[in-house]
Design a protein around this ligand. Structure first.
Ligand code: UTP
Length: 416
């Protein structure tokens, strides 16, 4: 008990320094185990980082045009004679067990508004299969085609890890129980702060944290020993995709073949940007390195610029379908990424101990983006694929990129 008091006292000093004393307001009312957990949380919080992130929340990010240049790409439909050669190279590597698939399923899916992990969502097909099962089916089928079991790594967050694993266990891992090549790992988290820069306390009396964005993938793969596991399995290439694209093609010999033959450390897939206003990031070069410029950050004239054929110069949309060499992932996992700010709705306990359920966004969440690490790559091959064959995202509850549009695309593709 005395230990706890001494600890609390020293922690209070830190909190005072950063004006976060309110974090201990409800301390006495917590059970002892929770008290310990809260102190652990505070001790591992990087207050300097949180302060600096908060101080940058009001900055408008605009990238100087001079840093950005178009990136070269290959069109999967126009590979002509090279197609077979890429295919053979890629297939050989897949058959040799050099590929692992990673699904990022740690997001909160706030726009969709589904109560469980997004991967458990039923998009409304006759089969009522969840996104996880659709992905699992596709991976299984590809494995059969190349006579190999492709290991599947699933990134969860602290918030949805237990629910995700329970979901899989109840369904006997969709037939992967025996092959044992399915792995779950948790991504990192960061505290949420209010508009005054105060860290929020959640309903459980602990610091309210949120997943640190899909950019947390590299560090999470390394820290949780996943790349080590992959090396033991003989994996050299890692496909990383989202959980919410029900047409994601995790096993693609052409993409693999291109990466191997062109001797690049990564290869990403793009689809043609539908129009200059579409809310997607596009591949580009930034200071000579591969990158993605977000729709919020690209100057309007660049977004609209076309080439002599009338095609958008910055028209290769990034669809979160990327393949990396394992060395590159480990390198990217050892370097910190910049954080972006999102303004979100977050229920919290105020300084008087009352629960507050806000009507609109009230708190900042800090997220790293997967593509901010691309600058670490020497080069990246971009492969333009057909939207209707590989991109059916489930983002919103209705309208664009909704279960309805994804379902249609899925049915069309599989002739259902
Ligand atoms: P989105 O950026 O679309 O976020 O994630 P989201 O959480 O699914 O949905 P909103 O924005 O809250 O509505 C794209 C992919 O990245 C994963 C998601 O699970 C999805 O597969 N992701 C996102 C993570 O794994 N972790 C994160 O912290 C954020």
């Amino acid at each position: 008990m005395e230990d706890m008091e001494a600890r609390k006292e020293s922690i209070m000093k830190t909190l005072k320094k950063y004006s976060q004393e309110h974090l201990l307001n409800g301390f006495d009312k917590l059970e002892e185990s929770k008290q310990k957990e809260l102190l652990d949380q505070i001790e591992t919080t990087d207050f300097e980082l949180i302060n600096s992130l908060y101080n940058h929340t009001r900055e408008d990010v605009k990238i100087p045009e001079s840093q950005i240049a178009p990136i070269e790409y290959l069109d999967k439909d126009k590979l002509n004679g090279y197609y077979r050669s890429f295919q053979e190279t890629g297939e050989k590597a897949i058959r040799e067990g050099k590929l692992a698939a990673v699904t990022m399923a740690g997001g909160q899916g706030t726009r969709l508004g589904h109560s469980g992990p997004k991967g458990t969502f039923d998009i409304g097909l006759e089969s009522h299969k969840s996104l996880f099962e659709l992905l699992s089916d596709s991976l299984k089928e590809q494995g059969k085609k190349y006579d190999v079991i492709i290991p599947w790594f699933i990134m969860t967050s602290k918030e949805n890890n237990a629910d995700t694993i329970e979901f899989f266990a109840k369904r006997r891992y969709f037939g992967r129980e025996k092959d044992k090549n399915i792995f779950f790992f948790e991504q990192g988290e960061l505290p949420m702060v209010d508009t005054e820069g105060k860290i929020l306390i959640g309903e459980d009396g602990l610091i309210k944290e949120a997943a640190d964005g899909h950019g947390g993938i590299y560090e999470a793969l390394v820290k949780n020993g996943m790349t080590k596991k992959m090396r033991e399995l003989g994996v050299e290439w890692i496909f990383i995709g989202g959980v919410d694209n029900c047409l994601v093609k995790m096993v693609d010999p052409i993409l693999m073949g291109i990466a191997i033959q062109k001797q690049v450390t990564a290869a990403g897939k793009s689809v043609v940007k539908a129009n200059p206003q579409e809310k997607v990031g596009v591949f580009c070069k930034k200071n000579g390195r591969p990158s993605v410029v977000e729709y919020t950050e690209i100057p309007e004239d660049m977004a609209k610029a076309t080439d002599e054929r009338g095609e958008l110069i910055y028209g290769e949309s990034h669809i979160l379908c990327n393949l990396f060499n394992i060395d590159a992932v480990e390198r990217m996992g050892s370097k910190p990424l910049p954080y972006h700010t999102a303004f979100k709705k977050a229920t919290y306990i105020d300084k008087n101990g009352n629960k507050v359920v806000p009507d609109g966004p009230n708190a900042y969440k800090f997220e790293a983006f997967l593509f901010d690490a691309f600058g670490e790559l020497d080069d990246m091959a971009i492969l333009r694929v057909k939207r209707e064959e590989e991109f059916a995202p489930v983002k919103n509850a209705s309208g664009v990129d909704s279960p309805e549009t994804a379902r249609e695309l899925y049915r069309k593709f599989y002739n259902l």
